[in-house]
Write a protein that binds this ligand. Structure first.
Ligand code: NAD
Length: 280
């Protein structure tokens, strides 16, 4: 089937479905300038995930190579803070606004789904723009501007190793409730998923009629089981991806290409099919 026909059929399913859910991964944000996990130029090409992808590895780097840790955080901050929602994020935002998208289950930590207009975002791997207390689990938003300024200040000083350890220690945000150290509220390798989000995602997957799987390699478990849950609940699965994934053999539609080019025409076709008063 050619791309135009697939887009037509999927938009028709969206118009007729009781519940549509999107499941997204790093690929949806690639066109925003955030490299995918395994993509070229990705952060893990420069920094080993075995060290920088978990808290014990980061803590050890803090003690042994604090300047390298600062460089890692600064690189990650610069990549994420430059990114803006792309046409795929905006298309999902429009679909939700039209009442045709129940939720987005995302593995991403970049906040671009919300900035693209989606309100119902289930974040399986946390949020880079949120902090969580290591002691009492209180959460609070991270102020990206202040964080960027603190990084700049740290980067402009040239103390020795112990001096740098001290400076980073002083810069780590503290919990306003109990004074504990705050960590990024993201799921590092080896950590469990947030329970409420996981249960919510499972329930959305099991009860949808259509799941759009966008830009994920489907390799990171348990998140990767979400499309299979949807399929076993009877949903139609449409995969939008640049390369085939382990999910591809199970899907009903596969649309190969960039999410930022494929999602807008799907949503435009849905909008054409909606009664006029539904389009604001
Ligand atoms: P992945 O990197 O393993 O796979 C990305 C998939 O997206 C690939 O299958 C690729 O073919 C596809 N893709 C690449 N560019 C695309 C485009 N423009 N349009 C459509 N598809 C495209 O990603 P994953 O499965 O999400 O697993 C990576 C893990 O790393 C996740 O847990 C995620 O939390 C994390 N991560 C997040 C971000 C982010 O928040 N933006 C970025 C990198 C990694």
């Amino acid at each position: 089937m050619v791309m135009e026909d697939k887009i037509k059929e999927i938009s028709q399913i969206i118009l007729e479905a009781k519940k549509v859910v999107a499941f997204t991964g790093a690929g949806i944000s690639a066109e925003s300038g955030i490299p995918t996990f395994r993509g070229k130029g990705g952060i893990w090409e420069k920094y080993s995930p075995a060290i920088y992808g978990n808290l014990p590895g980061l803590a050890l780097t803090f003690l042994l190579r604090p300047k390298k840790l600062l460089q890692f955080i600064t690189d990650a901050y610069e990549t994420f803070s430059r990114a803006q929602p792309n046409p795929a994020h905006l298309a999902l935002g429009r679909l939700e606004k039209r009442g045709r998208l129940s939720s987005v289950i995302t593995q991403n930590i970049d906040n671009l789904q919300e900035r693209g207009g989606c309100r119902n975002v289930i974040k399986l791997h946390g949020d880079l723009y949120r902090l969580r207390c290591l002691k009492c689990n209180t959460q609070r938003p991270l102020d990206p501007t202040n964080f960027g300024l603190a990084l700049q200040e740290l980067g402009s000083t040239q103390p020795g190793r112990f001096g740098m350890i001290q400076k980073i220690r002083e810069a780590i945000p503290r919990c306003l409730d109990c004074g504990g150290w705050m960590r990024p509220d993201i799921v590092f390798f080896g950590e469990g998923l947030p329970q409420d989000e996981w249960l919510h995602a499972q329930s959305e997957a099991q009860s949808c009629d259509l799941m759009m799987v966008i830009g994920t390699s489907g390799l990171i478990q348990p998140a990767a089981s979400i499309p299979y849950l949807a399929k076993s609940g009877g949903a139609t699965i449409a995969e939008i991806t640049q390369e085939r994934s382990p999910i591809s053999p199970f899907v009903d539609y596969i649309l190969l290409g960039k999410a930022g080019e494929i999602m807008p025409p799907i949503v435009e076709a849905v909008e054409k099919g909606l009664p006029k008063q539904k389009i604001r």
